[in-house]
Ligand binder design. Structure first.
Ligand code: F0G
Length: 446
């Protein structure tokens, strides 16, 4: 399917971004030229997936597409039990409500926005145990998504293992710049946690992209297939939450999968309250069919090489021009280092938010802030978080844009970089209570 895109003038875009309160989430899609806001649900489905959409069994209970999805998840990810959800945060909600008790700590390799909020709403506190290298955009560590085992051990020692319901591991790590975790590190995390009687929960949203980096960079995995690496990676974990809108190449869908029968039974019960019956979890039968087919396509080595190759292509372009980005280039996006880009704008004036707006104004390319605005406030003190990483994410949907589009994007970033001294910071004029980055409004600082 081909979708027309519309060019706009700079005067149009100025009007649109003011109307949107200087927040790219509040722009209308029609007013965007190349949409690199997210890789979530923005993938192009294949002919086989579309054909599968015609085979939806829309029975309220026991849809055949559900059983097919279950078998496919078990075949490729290895988990015994499956509970479908409408998207990733549906699974995070259910998992958090079941496993977290007030006062618990949930260690993880850097926070993700919705994941942390669900942990907090259940009374838990997220503790970051990622390696220090992850917080430095210029550090070239090949596995910046790794857990610092000493940090993790310290959390478990100090609180006692009973206060840690599970450790949450994301592969790749979105907020760190799409950075992977090594198999060796996952194995070590698993050994440590299981010795202490703590479960390991994988955020499998981009686990296949993580496996590509293992194949490329970790000794012993060069000649293994992605599907084989994925199976091993998941085998070190007990449970996963999944936003299928990324790796699995669909526009909507997710799941909670587990090897733990007790958790499965509780999740299957709770999903009925929040999402829908346990054989559809808020999805249509056809969506589950498209997801099952998407999984099969997502583990093909050629697919994943082309997908991450495109991200690398854009990243290398920007690096050649000396533009500050997070290195190594990650799996799903190129992340601009807004502190390096706009050193004259203090973090309290949201340089990354301002940079995302400058890029939109220049070319109509839509990106997103991943810095202080996304980080929000401390749940207890109400103080704003100011993370080390103040980034703009240029996120690539799968199978949508061509390398020529990437050239347009790179040229626009260069143009904005060359005019960087003129940029100004922003002031927040409206701040929603939850996940503020989605709906906050801003105006330029005078
Ligand atoms: N975990 C990770 C690592 C994610 O990136 C996302 C979503 C979720 C969980 C939640 O899944 O959106 O299906 O409810 N990330 C999107 C993004 C929003 O743009 O990165 P969801």
């Amino acid at each position: 399917m081909v979708e027309p895109i519309r060019m706009t003038t700079r005067a149009d875009r100025k009007k649109f971004i003011v109307e949107a309160g200087y927040n790219t989430f509040l722009l209308r899609s029609e007013d965007v030229y190349i949409d690199l806001l997210t890789d979530s649900g923005t993938n192009a489905m294949s002919d086989r997936q579309w054909a599968g959409m015609m085979l939806g069994d829309e029975a309220y209970a026991g849809s055949r597409n559900f059983y097919k999805l279950w078998e496919t998840v078990t075949q490729y990810y290895g988990y015994k039990y499956l509970v479908p959800t409408h998207q990733g945060r549906g699974a995070e909600h259910i998992l958090s409500q079941i496993m977290i008790h007030p006062g618990d700590l949930v260690p993880g390799n850097m926070y993700f926005t919705t994941t942390r909020l669900h942990q907090e709403l259940a009374g838990g506190t997220f503790v970051d145990v990622i390696i220090d290298e992850a917080h430095d955009p210029a550090n070239l560590h090949p596995f910046k998504g790794n857990v610092d085992l000493a940090k993790l051990e310290r959390v478990i020692r100090e609180s006692g293992p009973r206060k840690v319901p599970y450790v949450c591991i994301a592969g790749t790590v979105n907020m760190a710049g799409g950075q992977p975790q090594s198999m060796e590190n996952m194995r070590a995390v698993s050994e440590l946690c299981h010795r202490e009687g703590i479960s390991v929960v994988l955020d499998a949203t981009r686990a296949i992209e993580n496996c590509y980096f293992i194949q490329q960079c970790e000794p012993g995995y060069e000649s293994k297939k992605i599907a084989e690496i994925l199976k091993e990676y998941c085998s070190y974990t007990d449970t996963c939450t999944m936003s299928a809108k990324k790796d699995a190449l669909v526009n909507i869908g997710g799941w909670l999968a587990t090897n733990q029968q007790g958790l499965f039974e509780e999740a299957r019960n709770l999903v009925v309250v929040f999402e829908g019956l346990h054989t559809y979890g808020g999805l249509a039968g056809r969506d589950m069919e498209a997801m099952a087919r998407g999984i099969v396509e997502s583990v093909q080595d050629d697919h994943i090489r082309a997908r991450i190759g495109q991200v690398e292509y854009l990243g290398n372009h920007l690096l050649d021009w000396g533009i500050p980005i997070v290195r190594p280039v990650g799996g799903h996006a190129v992340f601009l280092d807004a502190k390096g880009f706009y050193p004259h704008i203090p973090q309290s004036q949201y340089p990354a938010q301002s940079l995302a707006c400058s890029i939109y104004l220049d070319s109509g390319v839509r990106t997103m802030e991943r810095g202080a605005v996304s980080a929000g406030r401390d749940a207890k003190t109400g103080q704003e978080h100011f993370p080390e990483l103040e980034l703009v994410r240029i996120t690539l949907p799968r199978r949508v844009y061509t390398q020529a589009h990437m050239d347009v994007v790179a040229e626009s970033v260069l143009e904005v970089y060359e005019n960087r001294e003129k940029a100004r910071g922003l002031r927040m004029t409206y701040e929603p209570k939850y996940l503020r980055f989605f709906q906050a409004r801003f105006e330029p600082v005078k």
